[in-house]
Design a protein around this ligand. Structure first.
Ligand SMILES: Cc1cc2nc3c(=O)[nH]c(=O)nc-3n(C[C@H](O)[C@H](O)[C@H](O)COP(=O)(O)OP(=O)(O)OC[C@H]3O[C@@H](n4cnc5c(N)ncnc54)[C@H](O)[C@@H]3O)c2cc1C
Length: 418
């Protein structure tokens, strides 16, 4: 008899588990509480700008092997687009200085040896001082592991780690930062090519997964919130979706719970999970980017951190954005627009805009919060966990989410083997 895998939560973690289990011969039933799949990685139509926008600008790198394999599995790897080589232009809007880091296309970080390709006014010894990150433990602070001042820090390390960890880098986990450095900067330009879902997150990473599943006879139920697990003999025996809506499980059925930490701890009391989160603020401006605008520009010296150029739109990402979530929207939009004008070579009155503030965008990637991340196995034998907040060894990213989903799916498959 074909066993059923129930996936709770249709974010990237749940969908990647669902696709893997569908390919492995399980019948898959995805249950999503809201009326849209994608969780924290989704697109929607925004009336203020009259554009379809993403809840947040998401950047992948060519070294994100699990995320790319997931996109390949649902047939949309070509929808992740970026420049041919790993070049990252930057501007300091205080001084007006512009530069570009050129990581080339090698498997090795040879770019640090070339003065013309590394950060201006830095030397090889500055890069060697980052080495402790590579072997740092997850309990160590970034601030105790590497220098957190100086030109290299301000122009490269701070922007990179802030974006990856979504905390002020010195308070971040050096082990998590090290995982990022090992898989990107240290893996050479070939692993660092920026990739963006140009047609939108939902079009590239979410809807094709839903289509992949439903076309093969699996189900993705939206507006189907799991209320509780019913357990017997150390296993989940039924899923309670409220009222009469209770799904009985057969022997051999399995569940992957891929919901955010708060929902997970309320569904599975006794589970430990991160309790602190950080905001990410995105701003979108309806304007045609000037010809030749880079798809992604690092911005130093202002409130804006990264500027993305899309057709008809300039978009901004600001990480660790708790300080901005309670500011008046118009005031914030104007401050961000002022930076965009300086960085992006545009001018004029504020165009149609939207600000999206994801208050609980990611767990805070500090050593203390990282220590609260659980593994994928639970006290209930047929229930496995996935999610960017589970112990993946990476900060909360799409790559970490896909890895968690793949890992949970593999455990479901392994549990079935005699
Ligand atoms: C603004 C922003 C910018 C980001 N930028 C980047 C970036 O540049 N690069 C990058 O790699 N990552 C980025 N991330 C992180 C990335 O989006 C997340 O790591 C990833 O989307 C998390 O996916 P998930 O499936 O683990 O969780 P979620 O997306 O939170 O999915 C969980 C799902 O479970 C559902 N759910 C909850 N409770 C229940 C229930 N009881 N029953 C059924 N369903 C339930 C939720 O509705 C949700 O759909 C960003 C995140 C944000 C918010």
């Amino acid at each position: 008899m074909q066993n059923t895998a129930h996936i709770i939560g249709a974010g990237i973690s749940g969908l990647s588990a669902a696709v893997r289990l569908a390919n492995a011969g399980y019948k898959v039933a995805v249950h999503e509480a809201t009326h849209q799949a994608g969780g924290r990685c989704r697109s929607y139509f925004d009336g203020a700008t009259n554009l379809t926008i993403d809840n947040g600008n998401h950047l992948l790198l060519s070294g994100n092997s699990h995320a790319r394999a997931y996109a390949r599995a649902i047939g949309t790897e070509a929808g992740l687009v970026g420049p041919e080589t790993a070049q990252f232009p930057f501007v300091d809007i205080k001084t007006g200085q512009r530069w570009q880091i050129d990581l080339g296309n090698s498997r090795w970080p040879t770019w640090v040896l070339d003065e013309g390709r590394r950060v201006p006014d830095t030397g090889l010894t500055d890069y060697l001082k980052l080495a402790p990150l590579v072997w740092a433990s997850e309990q160590t602070l970034v601030g105790k592991s590497i220098p957190t001042e100086g030109i290299l820090y301000q122009r490269l390390v701070q922007p990179l780690l802030l974006a990856a960890l979504n905390v002020d880098p010195p308070e971040g986990s050096a082990g998590l930062a090290g995982a990022i450095v090992r898989e990107t900067l240290l893996a050479g330009g070939q692993a660092c090519r920026p990739l963006i879902a140009r047609d939108g997150l939902s079009a590239v990473l979410i809807e094709p997964a839903v289509k992949f599943l439903t076309e093969r006879g699996h189900t993705v139920q939206l507006g189907h919130e799991l209320r509780s697990f019913v357990s017997a003999d150390g296993k989940v025996s039924a899923l309670n979706f409220g009222g009469e809506d209770v799904v009985q499980l057969a022997a051999g059925d399995a569940i992957v719970m891929a919901v955010p930490p708060r929902a997970a701890t309320s569904l599975l009391p006794g589970l430990t999970a991160p309790t602190e989160f950080r905001a990410i603020v995105n701003a979108h401006f309806r304007i045609e980017p000037p010809p030749g605008s880079p798809p992604i520009l690092g911005v130093i010296g202002g409130v804006v951190e990264w500027l993305f150029a899309f057709p008809n739109r300039l978009s901004v990402t600001i990480s660790n954005g708790d300080r901005l979530v309670d500011l008046q929207r118009e005031e914030l939009a104007q401050a961000i627009w002022n930076d965009v004008c300086k960085a992006g070579g545009v001018s004029g009155e504020l165009p149609p805009w939207q600000i999206v503030r994801e208050r609980r965008a990611t767990f805070a990637a500090t050593p203390a919060q990282n220590a609260l991340r659980p593994g994928p196995v639970t006290v209930l034998k047929n229930l496995f966990l996935a999610g960017d907040w589970t112990a993946t060894g990476l900060p909360a990213t799409i790559e970490g989410s896909v890895r968690s989903g793949d890992r949970a799916a593999d455990l479901v498959l392994a549990a079935k083997r005699p």
